[in-house]
Design a protein around this ligand. Structure first.
Ligand code: MN
Length: 240
């Protein structure tokens, strides 16, 4: 048996080839897994679980079919889809888990994050993150009509070109010392995250033990996943 991890698909109506590649991945690779972890920015934007866009229904149906076949699906929030709630998660057969969850991955304690919280040198982003993750902002945002929320989301994407960009150069990398601190505190020897669109395996020493930070890639011209089993972990890339 094995476990799969993906992140940063940035599913959106404007990128149907990514949705197709994801459905193919579910039907071929994920169907063989015991669990699938989605580590954020699965959707390019999320305005609320009441969004009735067809893409969201199709993705929920595909995920639920996978869950029905016995694959556990876990989901943690990215910086673009952090408003995804339990209504949609239930519809898609996914279990929401907090950013920073530690799992026992075939004997190796493994910390799971999206990665944006590790970008501590971006002070203004961290302030924004704290605001939008809080109840007052979310309540106020979700109280607006779907049309109004769509307009705000479109405006936000337009305002900041980098928010709309998929290039790693336009996304700040994490602060390595912050990853070190979080891994030491969680007492893990492995961290898996996405967000930066810089897929790589970084060897580390954590609490005097050999450790590793593995970064997932985004889905663009290539797709990425991590496959873990009793023999270890692999970071896998394939062309879309
Ligand atoms: Mn992200």
């Amino acid at each position: 048996m094995h476990t799969l991890f993906i992140s940063d698909l940035h599913l959106h109506e404007s990128r149907p080839q990514i949705t197709r590649a994801f459905f193919h991945f579910l039907r071929t690779q994920a169907i063989e897994a015991e669990a699938l972890y989605i580590l954020g920015d699965f959707f390019d934007v999320w305005i609320g679980d009441d969004d009735d866009a067809q893409l969201l229904q199709e993705v929920a149906d595909e995920l639920f079919a996978l869950k029905d076949k016995g694959v556990a699906i876990y989901y943690l929030h990215g910086n673009r889809d952090f408003l995804l709630g339990t209504d949609y998660a239930n519809k898609a057969g996914m279990t929401l888990i907090p950013d920073g969850t530690v799992i026992d991955l075939y004997g190796t304690p493994t910390l799971l994050m999206h990665g944006d919280s590790l970008c501590t040198s971006d002070v203004s982003y961290q302030q924004f993150r704290t605001m939008v993750r809080g109840a007052p902002w979310q309540t106020q945002f979700l109280a607006q009509s779907i049309a109004a929320r769509r307009a705000i989301a479109a405006q936000l994407r337009e305002k900041s070109e980098s928010m709309n960009s998929m290039k790693a150069d336009d996304i700040l990398d994490i602060t390595p010392a912050e990853a070190q601190t979080q891994m030491e505190a969680a007492r893990v020897t492995r961290l898996i995250h996405g967000h930066t669109h810089r897929p790589a395996r970084h060897p580390l020493i954590i609490n005097e033990q050999p450790a590793e930070r593995i970064v997932l890639g985004d889905w663009h011209d290539s797709a990425w996943c991590i496959k873990a089993d009793e023999n270890g972990v692999e970071l896998i890339e394939w062309k879309i």
